[in-house]
Ligand binder design. Structure first.
Ligand code: GLC
Length: 596
């Protein structure tokens, strides 16, 4: 798993950059210095034309490029089209650092072609609870897996000249009231779990930027937390990049400068407060200079890495998205080798569930990409790949947002009964898992559970395909002979799932998060999302994820690391022979061992 990354191949800070930085810094007025520490608008930094300091464009996100159509445009869903790759929770299940690096490299090429210098990703918060609404945007419940994949993502971006932004620093493992909650974390858990992925990414790949989170950490906002930013990140880790705020996460800009926050995003009228703090002696100008020095080094570094002639191939990226989605799919169950579908089982395949035609393929919120290609559907891709070798029928099975509709259930039963095999597609609607809100339960929509039950009654040869960003309870689907976790697999997820169901791709994904049998079994059950007073007590301490289930001997539904494949293994008869020095066979105890 461990990968020695080359780190940023683009121009590193140092040498002539330092001289240029010192020269510019010496000519900046106090007002100009203060202005540099705050964004110009929603997505760009402040230039200083007279001194040759360019503006830098920042864009989301870990699932693909989400570039706004204007510097001040904060809308979601109207962005410049880009390749929508699998979300991080899917990529996490691939455990493949080379794949993650390739995906990040493709996103970087698209960013360069759109003149974006920093991509706001990857997210490395851990999956402390399966209920976190943003789990789809994070790699794993384990800090080392998360850190290694993040390092690969950072390297993939930065070796193509686009800065990464590892986020959200730190202990932002829930969405509820995230802008005001106080994460109360003990020192060991903070160091060994929540800071660890950031530390690994910095150590392995030197991300040019980090993003400070909304929440407080042990009483102090992350965006003005001196111990976090100045003492640990800058002091202990020797981090030389810049730390930007999450959007609208700054409460006191001067306190942020003092603590080590380089850049407030988006723009806010706070530069004057920084200048005033210096003038009134509340903020040492040397501290502001240190912040501006790092900002200038960052701006010159990303500016030198621009590739204005860069082009991106959306068709090649679509193929990469399909490969990445395929490598992320986890085969959870396959009783009786029902999968892959082949031969006679293809004569009539009933594809059931509206998500098979209206795909769930990415998470809702700031990571949301406008796909550059039509989103593949499971239904159409199965029909195309099965072709004349069989027949695909369809039934919607459930209503909008997963409601149960008797007429749809009846139709689904009939379609399933008539077929040789049924493929039921269920999962979490966008309203169930999104940035800014946490789930309150692990359940699939009622109509989805009802559909699985109905189809299993009508057709024992049923495959259940899940399309979701994080662990779900499977009271019905868990009874299916075959169960496939398809995740939120991006614009090519329909084809990737069809590839696995038909055996064109051998499933190799492994869970990077535990699927619990019950919500009550989960580590943060008693303290999530908070304790009712705005505190988020990380009461489970070190025992997050598999550590919890192992320590308490709780059997999960599917454990961290679980994943089957179509490969079969058999142990044949072991034979051995003994060959002495002369090379002759020596009979010993009926065995033949070859001594070489
Ligand atoms: C959001 C997210 C962050 C994102 C930023 C810009 O609130 O927390 O991940 O990069 O704002 O959209």
């Amino acid at each position: 798993m461990r990968m020695e990354t080359s780190g940023a191949a683009a121009p590193a800070a140092g040498g002539q950059t330092d001289a240029r930085v010192e020269d510019v810094l010496g000519q900046l007025t106090l007002e100009e210095k203060a202005a540099l520490t705050v964004g110009r608008d929603a997505w760009t930094t402040v230039p200083v034309e007279r001194l040759g300091v360019p503006s830098v464009w920042l864009s989301d996100g870990p699932t693909g490029l989400r570039k706004a159509r204007g510097g001040a445009d904060m809308s979601v869903g109207h962005n410049i089209p880009a390749t929508c790759f699998p979300t991080e929770s899917a990529l996490g299940a691939s455990w493949d650092v080379d794949l993650v690096r390739a995906v990040a490299g493709a996103i970087a090429d698209e960013a360069q072609a759109e003149e974006v210098q920093v991509l706001l990703g990857p997210g490395v918060n851990l999956k402390r609870s399966p209920l976190c609404g943003r789990n789809f945007e994070y790699f794993a419940e384990d800090p080392v897996l998360s850190g290694e994949l993040a390092a690969a993502f950072v390297s993939g971006l930065q070796e193509r000249g686009v800065g990464a932004c590892v986020k959200h620093l730190v202990a932002n493992e829930s969405e509820t009231d995230r802008m005001i909650t106080d994460s109360v974390v003990d020192e060991r858990a903070l160091r060994e779990l929540y800071l660890r992925p950031f530390e690994i990414a910095i150590d392995r790949a030197d991300p040019w930027t980090l993003m400070a989170a909304y929440n407080r950490l042990n009483g102090t906002y992350c965006t003005e937390n001196t111990r976090l930013l100045h003492e640990i990140v800058e002091g202990e880790w020797g981090y030389t990049g810049i730390v930007m705020s999450d959007w609208l996460a700054v409460n006191d800009r001067a306190a942020g400068v003092a603590a080590g926050l380089h850049l407030q995003m988006p723009h806010a009228p706070t530069a004057d407060a920084v200048a005033a703090a210096v003038r009134e002696g509340r903020l040492p100008e040397e501290r502001l200079d240190a912040i501006v020095r790092a900002l200038l080094a960052f701006v010159f570094r990303v500016d030198a890495a621009r590739r204005p002639d860069a082009t991106a191939d959306p068709d090649a990226h679509h193929r990469l998205a399909r490969r990445a989605a395929g490598e992320s799919i986890v085969l959870l169950k396959n009783e009786g080798a029902l999968l892959p579908l082949e031969g006679e089982t293809l004569s009539e395949v009933a594809v059931i569930g509206a998500f098979a035609r209206e795909p769930r393929y990415q998470g809702a919120g700031s990571s949301q990409v406008v796909p550059a290609r039509p989103v593949e559907t499971i239904h159409d891709e199965l029909a195309a790949l099965i072709g004349p070798a069989g027949r695909v029928t369809y039934a919607a099975g459930y209503g909008a947002d997963g409601a149960t509709e008797p007429a749809l259930l009846d139709e689904a039963r009939e379609v399933a009964r008539r077929a040789r095999t049924a493929v039921v597609v269920v999962g979490l609607p966008a309203s169930y898992e999104e940035e800014g809100a946490d789930r309150t339960h692990l359940d699939l929509p009622p109509g989805h559970n009802r559909l699985v039950e109905a189809v299993l009654e009508a057709q024992p040869r049923t495959v259940v395909v899940l399309v979701n960003g994080s662990a779900v309870a499977l009271p019905r689907a868990g009874r299916a002979p075959a169960l496939v976790e398809g995740w939120l697999g991006g614009q090519a997820s329909g084809g990737a799932i069809a590839d696995v169901l038909l055996g064109r791709v051998n499933p190799s994904g492994k869970l990077a998060e535990t699927f619990p049998a019950r919500l009550e079994d989960t580590p943060a059950y008693l303290s999530f999302p908070d304790d009712g007073t705005g505190r988020v007590p990380f009461a489970e301490g070190l025992f997050t994820g598999y550590r919890w289930y192992d320590a308490r001997r709780i059997d999960p539904l599917f454990p961290f690391g679980h994943g089957l494949s179509y490969t079969t293994f058999a142990y044949g008869e072991v034979t051995s022979r003994i060959v002495g020095k002369s090379g002759k066979e020596v009979d010993g105890n009926g065995h033949r061992v070859v001594l070489v």
